[in-house]
Ligand binder design. Structure first.
Ligand code: MN
Ligand code: MN
Length: 464
């Protein structure tokens, strides 16, 4: 019979082990605290894909990136960005090796669930002015009532001018709200299923109540609001027809917990991976392979459209790389690898029955590798190959990066997808790597600072 210590050492050798944050030294933890400070600034300044693109390009320019010029002969060390309609962007750092041997792509998305305004949103009823919305992405609709909302986006005018809107973020300016029914009168509403607790057409945003001064006309409150918008932005009601305006939570990113170990904010999915990917590229020096960091739009609605990754956006970027590298787009793609940078659902002890504990991801156990997503028998996923996962495992372990595996919920509990399959379909090796999130898609989501920092370290290592 083997003695206890022999069994113990055999266990150490053979069992899968992840102590996560336990045993991490103070210097490492301090570094993750510091990293989260920059992340919170990003969160507060980039609540929409357009604002994220502006932030990313701004930081890239400060770090020596300039706008891509077709036909230019780029060489090792050159840095440029490709702005796709101000809603998606890619940053490229040219490596020492020819792109013929493949490139390293990291791809996050910068759109998040929210309430979009309808094309003709403004109306007056019961002496209040309201805006009709159509929600964007997967939300639990009841969560979006009775919280402060800010309005972000653009009016695009017929003359080509684009007017930026951002109102409700500054504490000195007004914000907006979707009202809910008081519990006293909610007897009927309480009988609805949670999904229908608030219906899509009940997500109407309150935007004012003063009538236009000395006005005998009907709809004087609506008139007053349009007058304010005309004075502030020079727009009329018709200009809503060519606008992209969205209501997002007006909260700022905050530390969570007595120990401040977590960050609560709107839009961690997927700005947490976008930020880790962005800073990792800024900190990458003289990479062997060309590094491409993609920040995509439309992931929350299926990645369709010309700013989403189901489009040829990545192919265009890679074709340009192939052109100045004296090769072709297919040669580059078939030799390339990618980290699809997206979040996973963190295990929540309050709702533990949706997860299978051995394959769930946990807060403070490090960055998550998700081999496959999808639903109903791995439908709608790329499922990374064992060989590719092995190479990423090796990379993470060699760099002492704390990581874990994570499945998105237990079998047939639901499911979801990321951009991974669209890139895999181009012939690229792809696996999902990201940060576990609590309350995903809620107006206020939670992540751990430690997991964020490990994600940053993973992207940095991948670029090397
Ligand atoms: Mn996501
Ligand atoms: Mn999502």
């Amino acid at each position: 019979m083997a003695d206890k210590s022999a069994a113990q050492s055999l266990k150490d050798k053979l069992f899968l082990k992840n102590d996560g944050i336990k045993g991490i030294n103070d210097v490492h933890l301090k570094a993750s605290e510091q990293f989260a400070k920059g992340y919170k600034v990003f969160l507060d300044n980039a609540k929409t894909e357009r604002e994220a693109v502006a932030f990313i390009i701004d930081l890239a320019k400060q770090n020596g990136y300039s706008e891509f010029k077709a036909g230019k002969q780029y060489k090792s060390g050159d840095k440029y960005y490709i702005n796709n309609r101000s809603k998606a962007v890619a940053l490229v750092m040219v490596g020492k090796e020819s792109a013929k041997n493949g490139i390293n792509i990291s791809a996050a998305h910068i759109d998040s669930p929210r309430l979009d305004l309808k094309p003709n949103p403004l109306y007056e009823e019961a002496d209040m002015a309201l805006l009709k919305t159509h929600y964007y992405g997967g939300i639990k609709k009841y969560q979006w009532t009775a919280i402060p909302l800010a309005l972000h986006g653009v009016f695009a005018l017929k003359n080509g001018e684009v007017i930026n809107v951002c109102i409700g973020e500054d504490e000195n300016e007004p914000c907006f709200v979707v009202n809910d029914l008081l519990p006293h009168l909610a007897t009927e509403q309480n009988k609805r299923t949670l999904n229908e607790g608030i219906k899509g057409e009940e997500l109407n945003i309150l935007v004012g109540s003063y009538p236009f001064k000395d006005c005998e006309e009907s709809e004087s409150v609506k008139l007053n609001i349009l007058n304010i918008l005309f004075e502030k932005y020079g727009v009329t009601e018709a200009d809503f027809l060519s606008a992209e305006l969205m209501a997002v939570p007006a909260f700022k990113a905050r530390d969570i917990g007595f120990d401040g170990s977590l960050v609560g904010a709107y839009g961690h999915d997927d700005r947490v991976c976008a930020y880790a990917e962005l800073i990792a590229l800024m900190d990458t020096k003289n990479p062997t392979k060309t590094c491409v960091a993609v920040f995509a739009d439309k992931e929350e609605v299926g990645s369709n459209g010309n700013t989403g990754l189901a489009s040829d956006f990545i192919k265009h970027i890679v074709r340009d790389i192939a052109d100045y590298s004296d090769t072709n787009v297919f040669e580059v793609l078939k030799n390339s690898r990618c980290l699809s940078a997206d979040v996973n659902a963190a295990f929540d002890p309050t709702f533990s029955d949706v997860n299978e504990r051995r394959n769930a991801s946990y807060i403070n156990k490090g960055v998550v590798i998700t081999k496959y997503t999808g639903s109903r028998g791995k439908s709608g996923t790329s499922d990374a190959s064992a060989e590719y996962v092995a190479s990423i495992r090796n990379m993470l372990d060699n760099a002492n990066i704390i990581w874990q595996t994570g499945e998105l919920g237990k079998v047939d509990a639901g499911g979801g997808g990321t951009v991974a399959m669209f890139i895999a379909n181009l012939g690229v090796d792809v696996v999902d790597l990201g940060v576990p999130v609590l309350s995903m898609h809620a107006p206020f989501e939670t992540i751990s600072k430690f997991d964020l920092y490990e994600a940053y370290r993973a992207f940095l290592e991948f670029n090397k």
